[in-house]
Design a protein around this ligand. Structure first.
Ligand code: TRP
Length: 398
């Protein structure tokens, strides 16, 4: 490794277990695209999604939340030629309650499922969290089921969705594919991609194969038997890219298409884009279990403001939207483009105050969280079983 590269590595770290910007700075997404070798998601692709599906592009596409991809154009080419594909996403169940950032890939995946009318597999990597978070097998399995309820509450179509947890599903064809992948990846290669060391246990070294194989249709014989040619599209946050770089490397060698990816940026902490949402600091994030009062208090007390520190200065200079968390959060969750533009204009000009922006944000998030809470409370144990049952999905492509 050259000295320059080494320096870069110390500046910004993004991998499945650590996301940290260069001291005090923001994540540099352009640099990340270069380093990982993915492609930028440009307007022409977004227009193409609009044209092919006939539904307006999701806010997360319009506003650049999903900003990078790998071979997404190939999925669209195939789709345009009448060939469907399937979606694959997942979650590592490391905690009982999810924060808003956790919902983003699922909200987006639901939109993709609806727009393209395609099947979806969702992997709950209870094994991953058991190994990395040092949870017991039993506790990881329990969290996977709890998280499944939140995922189902996002509104997935049960006739097109299969949710599975590794501790229950790994075996059979899935395991056959894992071994094929494991035979193609050397120890040096995983060390290069993931940075494992001699002290890491062997579970970690072999885990990437578990996250790789849902990209191959034959891992789901009850769904895709005889459809080895089916393509896979993976919506995920960009920190998952290393897993799928490895997967894409192996895919053609064992007879499958490389999975395509559509990748999002990270949802910032309340304290600002330089901060990290941390599980140990409940004030760094809004949770789907927070009450209206908690949401309001967290935003008022902790959301980093780009407004000026006196009213006089604010009226004169306006807010710095680049660092303002209420604006960043509204950019994710306020769907009305005109209203968002209006708020940004007024706030930047100093005619709108931080308190007003925060008030609007609290309303938007309270509504979202309330909706989620209601939906989640309607998800019964039987529904979780139904989503997780190994079963055919007869009309999944209709
Ligand atoms: N490793 C992911 C996490 O910790 C979970 C995951 C498994 C995943 N398969 C995936 C995420 C596919 C996105 C896409 O959250």
């Amino acid at each position: 490794m050259g000295e320059e590269e080494l320096e870069q590595e110390q500046e910004q770290v993004v991998n499945p277990w650590e996301v940290s910007a260069k001291d005090g700075g923001k994540i540099d997404y352009d640099k990340l695209i270069d380093k990982f070798g993915c492609q930028r998601l440009d307007q022409s692709l977004i227009d193409r999604v609009h044209r092919l599906t006939g539904s307006p592009p999701h806010v997360f596409l319009r506003r650049g939340v999903f900003f990078a991809h790998r071979d997404f154009n190939e999925i669209l080419d195939a789709y345009e030629g009448g060939k469907k594909f399937y979606l694959y996403t997942g979650r590592g169940p490391s905690s009982q309650s999810l924060h808003l950032g956790h919902l983003i890939p699922f909200m987006f995946t639901k939109y993709l499922q609806e727009a393209f009318k395609v099947p979806l597999v969702i992997q709950l990597t209870d094994d991953e969290k058991c190994m990395w978070k040092n949870l017991s097998v039993e506790e990881s399995k329990r969290l996977a089921r709890e998280n499944a309820r939140d995922i189902i509450a996002c509104g997935f179509d049960i006739t097109r969705t299969f949710i599975f947890q590794d501790f229950e599903y790994v075996g059979g064809s899935f395991y056959n594919n894992m071994v094929k992948v494991e035979k193609c990846v050397t120890y040096n290669k995983v060390v290069g991609i993931f940075g494992f060391s001699g002290e890491d246990h062997i579970g970690k070294v072999s885990f990437p194969a578990v996250q790789a194989v849902p990209s191959f249709p034959s891992s789901f014989p009850h769904l895709f038997s005889g459809k080895d040619d089916l393509r896979c599209l993976i919506p995920c946050a960009i920190d998952q890219d290393p897993y799928f770089r490895m997967t894409r490397d192996v895919a053609p060698r064992i007879g499958y298409h490389k999975p395509s990816l559509i990748e999002s940026s990270f949802f910032p902490a309340l304290q600002g884009e330089t901060g990290k949402m941390s599980a140990s600091d409940p004030n760094s994030a809004i949770y789907v279990t927070d009450s209206a009062k908690e949401i309001k208090n967290k935003i008022n007390k902790h959301a980093f403001s780009g407004g000026q520190d006196s009213l006089e200065k604010h009226r004169k200079y306006g807010a710095n939207l680049e660092v303002d968390i209420p604006i960043k959060y509204l950019n994710f969750f306020l769907e009305d483009d005109d209203e968002l533009e209006h708020i940004k204009k007024e706030y930047a000009a100093g005619r709108m105050l931080t308190g007003e922006a925060k008030k609007r944000l609290a309303e938007v998030l309270t509504e979202l969280v309330e909706r989620h809470r209601l939906a989640r409370s309607a998800v019964t144990d039987e529904m979780v079983d139904a989503f997780m049952a190994v079963r055919p999905l007869p009309n999944m492509f209709d």
